[in-house]
Design a protein around this ligand. Structure first.
Ligand SMILES: [Zn+2]
Length: 188
């Protein structure tokens, strides 16, 4: 089987802001797409990836957590627990940024597996967080829309030469402006 790592698009690309379209028929092409998404997620050390992050506007996401890999087509959250939890999230489409995002501790997700079989999952904690992050992507929503606790992640060396990560507070508009600048300098 040939799999391929695809290019992940970043903030500023309009595809990330569009609502992805439901998959009406699962063919070999969707299954290949899922394989590529898993490979791309692993290559980039991510825990989740939505199809529109590789510029394919279809309602599919993949995730991995504690050794298990998930792929869900046309996911729908049909129940959300009342309890909310805050946690730090990063996003492969906004590299260098972390955001403290409030998510439901438990949700129930319905969708289809790679063979078109209906599935129901009830993730909790970090897996529930990953699923909510990825389903947001399919609706064009990013972590910078969900939080005002936004940070640049920088690494610096301490006196003993050890690498330390530091979170530098920033704002949504500063992040958008900075990614816009990256884009226009690449275009030159
Ligand atoms: Zn993301």
């Amino acid at each position: 089987m040939i799999m391929a790592v695809r290019k992940i698009i970043t903030l500023g690309n309009p595809i990330l802001r569009q609502k992805a379209q439901p998959v009406s028929k699962i063919t070999k092409s969707e299954q290949n797409l899922i394989d590529d998404m898993v490979e791309t997620m692993e290559e980039n050390e991510g825990v989740g990836l939505a199809a529109n992050q590789i510029a394919v506007p279809k309602r599919i996401f993949v995730a991995r957590w504690e050794g298990e890999t998930f792929a869900i087509i046309n996911p729908v959250i049909d129940w959300k627990g009342k309890e909310m939890v805050k946690g730090m999230e990063g996003c492969l489409s906004i590299p260098g940024i972390q955001a403290e995002v409030n998510r439901h501790l438990k949700i129930r997700v319905k969708g289809l597996d790679r063979n078109g079989k209906p599935i129901v999952l009830e993730p909790e904690g970090w897996l529930a967080r990953i699923f909510q992050h990825e389903i947001d992507h399919l609706d064009g929503i990013l972590i910078i829309d969900r939080s005002d606790q936004l940070f640049w992640v920088t690494t610096e060396k301490d006196e003993e030469g050890r690498e330390r990560t530091r979170l530098v507070p920033t704002t949504k508009s500063a992040i958008i402006a900075s990614f816009q600048k990256i884009k226009s300098s690449v275009r030159k």
